[in-house]
Design a protein around this ligand. Structure first.
Ligand SMILES: [Zn+2]
Ligand SMILES: [Zn+2]
Length: 873
């Protein structure tokens, strides 16, 4: 028999599918659309196991819906934007954004990112992804950025976007603002300094504990808790800041923690988020102590120009030597850091563009409720995030490689001139404004130097995909999209921003469904990291086992959870492919033309009923994106019921002209292939080809999803019993070391329920190769002793040099007689040659019995209430 060569076969089909343009989305089709808001893969080159698994899960959904007759839109797309590419380019060429002219810098980033597109497309192909290159997009392309820009202009018109001076998370290394979602946290040990602050006009001082004494220069006020008895007298008094001698007032505020440090806090602009709340609440001036590059400003006096870290060290040194710091304690600190470069972030007040979030929390939560979440519990992550938000979304970044903000601004009065929609895509740093001067003040209009946050691009993907602002008719038909698939780590960014944006722009939810998958961890359950050296490269796995095998691993990953990688699942996947393919070769020999539907025989009704139930369960699992359950269901059925039992039980019928078995083999096998096709697309396609002409599609992937057959509970019950009887006889043969085709003279199934097997006698007798099969209500079996076996281990020590003689005598005795003596008395006597009588007890001898039925030796197996009596030939 030919062998299944996975990798070779997969390449063959990948090439063929491409030629057939099998996955082409037809925007004018009448078929219902099923559109996938596919995550554009980040243009960074290497394929990791998380991609391989995540994109496999998405492909399962795409292929399933194609088989269900949907007009599937599954874009091939790449995310080519943003800081990660910039960081790599800067590293590779040893540059930064100031050392190379802006346009040249952008070009370097573009070329770098573009160099990965071909190999990334190829990786998708090797994985068997059915993405459609005719609905291709790249987020840095003018056609895509145009949509980002128009969406911003729309929001600007509606007053949903604004420019404001506001404290933002700031990375001094990347020199850019960061959204809350781009802030990560680490644990850091820092020093808590107890600093003396003199009370004004008195010979007294208070103690304030701070981890950031370099911010004393921006201290605006001092606060204590209203119930703190220690400081009742202090409220309303003036305090002088050390070094700077600035006069500040003491206030009381509920938010002060009396147990932290001395119970007195200084409120600065801006140390952390609590400071910010106080600044807002008490309308304190926003003084800027740190600049965009993380250096102290003029306000810091003697520390001006120093990087924050150095300024802190210096002021601590100065305060210590002046005796102003009276105590230092080590302190564990939860520090905010930049997601990309891990530099500690600062809060800076900088002019930035914002999109309103705070006014729309309720609407976002409502939209989230209108979307069906798979799994449902992931919705909580979005809800928690929305409820925790305290600021609007800062969307401007002081970077280069991203979508330009399409406005010109007056440097003098701040007037904003937006680009016209029809002119987008536009780069206002290159293109001149429509007017020479500001219409308000005559000042100079300058193209906005900032670019958009990368999520501004990614969060319009549903609008881009559905032809928003390009084709109203198509947009109406295609929006909202059917599915957003994504991982759980970007719920607070990609999912959240998309729901917000699309609500603001369309008033509707962006998708019907959202499917959230987890991460793939190292085999020991820890995250994979280049630095830990535990990253598993999927490419060798693909080359060794093939894509179907790796996709089988993806089938074992339930949604919403992280999974440790297990190579044995890949190995098993390969085994399953081979099994299914070989099964096809076997069935091909019997089914050579499309079988007609006929009245089915009992055993065929059994498997058909089981098959129908499996089909219904698998379909439901696909509908709810539970691919792990779908695979488990169809695999168990295909392997453990259909192949191991039904096919074996019906082998004898395949030689003749049995229409019922042909129809059943064809229907069930084809149905199994189709149920597996979304998950194992290559092997199922190859196996399908023998039946493609009969089924009527050139490829299984555009063939029709199987139809249920008839459920027949009675046939199932009888069929299961038949299966069990056969299985028990086969197991018995294996235990006896008989070949499975060992012929039996007679099999009898005895018991009250044996007539359930009426109509199945041939299936049993032919499969177990019994010449005769009878179903009996009851049978009388005789137990006959046929051999006496001395127990040498006991006789030896007991009789020493006479043992041999004892053994010889016992062995020649009549077994029936021995059995009757042992059962009646438990012992008997024999006389040795020397005339001595010796007692032979129970433990010195075994009597072997056999069962006889109508005078012939038989064996029995108990199957539930039934006794199976076997007479060997
Ligand atoms: Zn950074
Ligand atoms: Zn102006």
């Amino acid at each position: 028999m030919a062998q299944y060569e996975a990798v070779e076969n997969e390449r063959k089909w990948q090439k063929q599918w491409k030629e057939w343009e099998l996955y082409k989305f037809d925007p004018d089709s009448d078929a219902p659309p099923y559109s996938i808001d596919n995550p554009p893969r980040y243009a960074s080159g290497a394929l990791h196991l998380g991609h391989a698994t995540g994109y496999s899960l998405i492909d399962f959904a795409a292929r399933y819906h194609r088989q269900r007759g949907f007009n599937v839109m599954f874009p091939l797309c790449f995310d080519v934007n943003g800081t990660p590419v910039e960081v790599r380019v800067e590293k590779k060429f040893g540059i930064n954004k100031y050392s190379v002219p802006r346009q040249e810098y952008i070009k370097m980033c573009e070329e770098y990112a573009d160099s990965f597109i071909d190999s990334m497309t190829k990786q998708f192909e090797i994985l068997g992804e059915s993405m459609d290159p005719t609905v291709y997009y790249q987020t840095d392309a003018p056609y895509y950025r145009r949509i980002t820009q128009i969406s911003f202009i729309k929001m600007l018109e509606k007053g949903l976007a604004y420019k404001g001076e506001y404290p933002v998370n700031w990375c001094p290394r990347c020199i850019t603002a960061l959204a809350d979602a781009e802030v990560e946290y680490d644990q850091n040990i820092t020093k808590l300094n107890y600093v003396k602050f003199p009370v004004a006009d008195a010979d007294d001082h208070i103690i304030i504990a701070t981890t950031r004494p370099e911010l004393i220069c921006t201290c605006q006020t001092i606060a204590v808790h209203p119930d703190d008895a220690r400081y009742k007298e202090l409220v309303g008094k003036d305090i002088l800041t050390p070094v700077f001698g600035k006069r500040v007032k003491v206030i009381s505020d509920e938010k002060v923690d009396p147990d932290f440090g001395s119970g007195i806090v200084m409120i600065c602009t801006i140390g952390d988020k609590t400071d910010l709340e106080w600044v807002m609440k008490y309308k304190l001036p926003l003084e800027k102590g740190i600049d965009e590059e993380g250096r102290m400003t003029a306000i810091a006096g003697p520390y001006e120009g120093m990087p924050v870290k150095d300024a802190r060290a210096k002021i601590i040194e100065d305060l210590l030597s002046a005796g102003t710091i009276i105590k230092q304690e080590e302190q564990q600190q939860n520090r905010s850091i930049c997601w990309r470069c891990h530099t500690p972030i600062e809060f800076l007040q900088v002019k930035q563009w914002f999109i309103k979030i705070m006014d729309f929390k309720k609407e976002v939560l409502e939209k989230a409720d209108q979307i069906q979440w798979f799994p449902e519990f992931m919705k909580v992550r979005l809800q928690d995030w929305v409820n925790s938000l305290q600021w609007d979304w800062v969307v401007s970044r002081q970077r280069y490689f991203a979508t330009p903000i399409p406005v010109w601004e007056c440097e003098k009065c701040g007037y904003v001139l937006p680009a016209k929609e029809e002119d987008c895509y536009i780069d206002p740093t290159v293109t001149a404004p429509y007017q020479d001067a500001c219409p308000m003040c005559g000042g100079e209009l300058k193209g906005c130097q900032d670019v958009f946050d990368t999520w501004m691009d990614s969060s319009v993907s549903p609008l881009y995909n559905t032809f928003w602002k390009r084709d109203d008719e198509k947009f109406k038909r295609l929006y909202p999209m059917s599915l957003r698939p994504q991982s759980h780590d970007i719920i607070r960014t990609w999912a959240f921003y998309t729901i917000l944006r699309e609500h603001l722009l369309t008033g509707e939810k962006p998708w019907e469904h959202i499917m959230i998958h987890g991460f793939i961890m190292a085999p020991d359950g820890t995250p994979m990291h280049t630095s830990l050296g535990n990253v598993i490269d999927p490419m060798p796995l693909l080359e060794n086992y093939g894509a179907d095998a790796l996709r089988y691993y993806a089938c074992t990953c339930s949604l919403g959870e992280d999974h440790a990688f297990r190579e044995r699942d890949v190995v098993h996947g390969k085994k399953l492919c081979t099994k299914m393919w070989n099964l096809g070769k076997l069935i091909e020999m019997t089914v050579t033309e499309r079988p007609e539907r006929v009245q089915l025989k009992p055993i065929d009704r059994w498997i058909m009923s089981r098959y129908t139930k499996v089909l219904e369960a698998v379909t439901a699992h696909y509908e709810s994106y539970n691919f792990d359950k779908a695979m488990r269901e169809v695999e168990n059925f295909a392997w453990k019921e259909f192949a191991d039992h039904y096919v074996e039980m019906t082998k004898h019928r395949t030689r003749g002209n049995d229409k019922s078995v042909r129809y059943t083999l064809y229907t069930v096998y084809l149905g199994i292939l189709k149920m597996m096709a979304p998950m194992l697309p290559h092997v199922t396609e190859d196996a399908y080809q023998a039946f493609a002409g009969m089924d009527g599609a050139k490829s299984i992937h555009i063939s029709k999803w199987p139809e249920p057959e008839r459920i027949d509970e009675d046939a199932e019950m009888r069929g299961e019993l038949t299966k069990e009887i056969i299985a028990s006889i086969r197991t018995w043969k294996a235990e006896k070391k008989y070949p499975l085709n060992k012929e039996l003279a007679r099999v009898e199934v005895v018991g009250k329920g044996s007539d359930l097997l009426k109509g199945y006698e041939d299936d049993i007798s032919q499969t177990v190769r019994a010449e005769k099969l009878d179903l009996l209500k009851e049978a009388h079996l005789d137990r006959c002793a046929n051999m006496v076996r001395p127990v040498h281990a006991k006789i030896g020590p007991l009789f020493k040099n006479q043992a041999r003689e004892v053994v010889a005598q016992i062995s020649t005795m009549d077994p029936e007689e021995v059995l009757s003596m042992l059962t009646s008395k438990g012992s008997f006597e024999i006389q040795l040659n020397d005339g001595r009588d010796v007692l032979i007890t129970n433990e010195l001898v075994e009597v072997l019995c056999e069962l006889r039925y109508q005078g012939k030796a038989v064996e029995t197996i108990q199957v539930g209430d039934l006794l199976v009596v076997i007479e060997v030939k």
